[in-house]
Design a protein around this ligand. Structure first.
Ligand code: SF4
Length: 316
């Protein structure tokens, strides 16, 4: 799995002051499951150390200007962006993690200034982040600071691993039956993201109109990628748990049933984390060989050792 990243998050000393902004989650955890494609637009075009910059409002869009000497580096940075986009197009990335607040890498809410150095109330995207998100609108993107939030982290991990499965699926030269199987394994994951989309995609794959595979894939792709990019809510998660439980409730004994229901209830009150009811349902599915449930990516949307669902705050 390849992920694009602001280089300073990997510990590279490429910030304007010669320092880094290493993210422990990225270097110590995520690195076990992904390789990174690093970018530092400012370091590559201006060098390190360098004078700090900010984004200045202008008619043609924000410009990157140095804070003391007033040098305009915008054109150089835009040239870097064009090369980076060509590079990324050939790489099949499954996500991008940006450094927050940077005039180049900030994904959102980067402060804008006036030409005479006064802060405004307006914000923008950093120049590099804007170029990447415009060129690859379906690519999963997040800022490193937001990944400290267990709920956002869980959602982003679920998204990038699903995105990677989609890339692998597309590259495999799928037939109609493969699309049906791919979709079947993602049903609960999609249901937890957006029930309306879940139903729309289900109708699409049922293909009552006998459309061609390429026609279906052209419509399935954006719907699938958009849906996996949505954030799960506690309400949708509880709905999912009830659906999952529905597949085992007639198979389990009274004691098991009581344990599962109590764990769902405690999960709804945020007394225990999501992993508890999920594991109880999974164990019941294993015991009674409910293959359809065991095949669901929602039960293991990313490597278990990430342990994201063990955090009470991973549901919101
Ligand atoms: S935020 Fe972006 S431009 Fe700034 S040092 Fe990090 S990678 Fe380089």
């Amino acid at each position: 799995m390849r992920i694009g990243i602001s280089d300073c998050l990997l510990g590279t000393k490429c910030r304007y002051d010669g320092q880094h902004k290493r993210s422990r989650f990225v270097t110590d955890v995520l690195s076990r499951h992904a390789t990174f494609l690093p970018f530092c637009p400012e370091g590559a075009t201006i060098g390190t150390p360098r004078e700090s910059m900010y984004l200045v409002r202008s008619e043609s869009g924000p410009r990157a200007i140095t804070q003391k000497s007033g040098l305009d580096h915008t054109d150089k940075l835009l040239g870097f962006n064009r090369e980076a986009i060509a590079n990324i197009s050939a790489q099949n990335l499954c996500g991008f993690i940006f450094k927050a607040k940077s005039p180049s890498c900030g994904l959102e809410r980067v402060k804008l200034y006036t030409a005479d150095h006064q802060p405004t109330d307006e914000t923008a995207q950093g120049l590099f982040a804007r170029a990447i998100t415009e060129a690859f609108p379906m690519l999963p993107v997040e800022e490193e600071g937001r990944l400290e939030d267990p709920w956002l982290r869980e959602n982003f991990m679920m998204q990038i691993f699903a995105y990677q499965r989609w890339l692998d699926f597309e590259a495999s030269g799928p037939q109609m039956r493969d699309l049906v199987a791919f979709h079947a394994r993602h049903k609960f994951l999609l249901l937890g993201k957006n029930e309306v989309h879940y139903r729309t995609i289900g109708r699409l794959v049922a293909n009552h109109d006998k459309r061609t595979l390429s026609d279906l894939l052209a419509e399935y792709r954006p719907l699938f990628l958009q849906t996996i990019g949505e954030k799960s809510s506690l309400k949708s998660t509880l709905n999912q748990l009830q659906h999952l439980y529905g597949f085992v409730k007639k198979l389990v004994d009274e004691a098991e049933k009581a344990s599962i229901l109590e764990s769902i209830d405690h999960c709804s009150q945020r007394v225990i984390p999501l992993i508890v009811p999920l594991k109880l349902i999974e164990l019941a599915a294993r015991k009674h060989q409910v293959t359809y449930l065991l095949d669901q990516h929602y039960l293991s949307p990313y490597p278990q050792e990430l342990g994201l669902r063990s955090d009470l705050k991973s549901s919101r």
